[in-house]
Design a protein around this ligand. Structure first.
Ligand SMILES: Cc1ncc(COP(=O)(O)O)c(C=O)c1O
Length: 425
């Protein structure tokens, strides 16, 4: 029996495989992954191996700690405390009270629980086509994964700030305010329905919306409306954090937003499951007055060792600078491709995170069909480049390599995408 057949029998059918011709990856090194036939792929998709696949310092840190001791947060441990201190330091301002958990879902679940407890309100605001995780609470905040009719009445859903194909476009005056006004309306509706506003939960890379850059003033104006309604702003940095967008460590810093809470996960442990929710001491104390929190695996010393090693590598290898510099090259190259290939309707994103909004007609911006977009991703895979698909119409080619991606890798990626698009004509 083939591995695919065994997988279909043994794993629940809700799991999906990437690619029409799935790949069996057996090894990874930096930005490269290798399949069971020895074929090499340039990884332009995976953000979880943030500092590159199997970075020796992360491997060594995990190995050493797992061979020494692994317990939980109910004992004193230098590595665990050091990690929480460092996250607070990276976030700056007053964000210094940290809960360590195992996944982005858990971090968001806890953040909503904290927001509801501390504000006394129940309503939550998220964007259309959002993804924030999949617990029974957080899946309701992931509007891309379930039918509109099933939305709970304590949820308000706003348009994502898509200035290429959303209701307000880049050339409109005060476009940031227009999108932020939707948040104001959402708070009013939650008040009318008796829920009030506990939180706005926002991913500042808008990954599931096609990887967006919002108008500069949007998030701060939106935050103002949430605060006026007595709610908290939660920045979901699972995608946008850890230098991903270039110039800053966190996506919210790109917009000069000071959130009340930050959640993070994926890149934190370079593949090891570690995530966090960080807030201000005052919010954390008000929550602790009413609730205790314990998570058996969250914040164990091995996870902390992995997460500390990732921060060490980012700092010592100056990966924030690398993301910014390589990101500029990649972005420039993608814009050049867009001039050559009208199928690229828009280049969206920054740093090492881009979405190419593909169109079948550049004038009407008709999204390329999901099948055709998947076909391009398959062609790229056959040419040794791993990418993905995102966006509400599944027409956005997603490029999101490890943070160690350099100029040579960018050139290879651009040449491969150019060849794949040229061969379609
Ligand atoms: C923005 C965002 N938040 C939260 C999550 C959930 O993280 P996890 O899969 O670790 O639960 C994801 C996962 O894709 C995500 O993209």
């Amino acid at each position: 029996m083939s591995l695919i057949q065994r997988r279909e029998r043994a794993l629940a059918p809700s799991y999906q495989l990437f690619y029409d011709e799935p790949i069996n990856l057996v090894r990874g090194k930096d930005v490269w992954v290798f399949d069971n036939e020895g074929r090499r792929y340039l990884d332009c998709y995976n953000n979880v191996p943030s500092v590159g696949h199997c970075h020796p310092r992360v491997v060594a840190a995990i190995t050493e700690q797992v061979a020494t001791l692994n317990t939980h947060t109910r004992y004193l441990h230098e590595g665990v405390v050091r990690l929480a201190e460092r996250l607070g330091h990276k976030l700056g301002g007053n964000l210094s009270a940290c809960w360590l958990v195992c996944s982005g879902t858990e971090a968001n679940d806890l953040a909503i629980e904290v927001a509801r407890t501390v504000t006394g309100h129940h309503g939550v605001i998220v964007t259309e086509d959002s993804y924030h995780g999949n617990s029974s609470l957080v899946r309701l905040l992931s509007t891309e994964i379930y039918p509109r009719a099933d939305r709970p009445d304590w949820l308000e859903v706003i348009e994502a700030p898509n200035i290429y194909r959303g209701p307000h476009l880049a050339n409109e005056p005060e476009v940031g305010r227009l999108y932020a006004d939707m948040v104001s309306v959402a708070t009013e509706r939650l008040t009318e329905r008796g829920f009030g506003t506990a939180a706005l939960l926002v991913d500042s890379s808008w990954d599931s919306n096609g990887v967006l850059i919002a108008p500069d003033d949007y998030l701060n104006l939106a935050a103002g409306h949430v605060h006026s309604a007595g709610g908290l702003v939660i920045s979901d940095e699972v995608q946008s954090g850890y230098c991903r967008l270039g110039d800053y460590w966190w996506g919210h810093q790109k917009y000069a937003l000071v959130p009340d809470m930050v959640t993070m996960g994926k890149p934190m442990g370079a593949g090891h499951p570690v995530a966090a929710c960080v807030t201000t001491p005052s919010i954390a104390e008000r929550f602790a007055d009413r609730r205790s929190y314990f998570n058996t695996f969250g914040g164990n010393p091995v996870s902390a060792a992995a997460a500390n090693a990732v921060i060490d590598v980012i700092d010592d290898e100056q990966l924030l600078t690398n993301v910014t510099v390589t990101g500029h090259l990649l972005e420039k190259g993608l814009h050049e491709l867009a001039e050559r290939h009208p199928i690229i309707g828009n280049v969206q994103g920054s740093g090492l995170f881009y979405g190419l909004d593909l169109v079948s007609d550049p004038d009407t911006k008709q999204p390329l069909s999901a099948d055709d977009t998947r076909g391009i991703v398959t062609d790229l895979k056959r040419s040794g480049l791993l990418t993905g698909v995102t966006g509400p119409s599944n027409n956005v080619l997603k490029i999101r390599p490890p943070l160690t991606f350099n100029a040579d890798h960018a050139t290879t990626a651009l040449e491969t995408i150019n060849a794949a698009l040229a061969s379609r004509i």
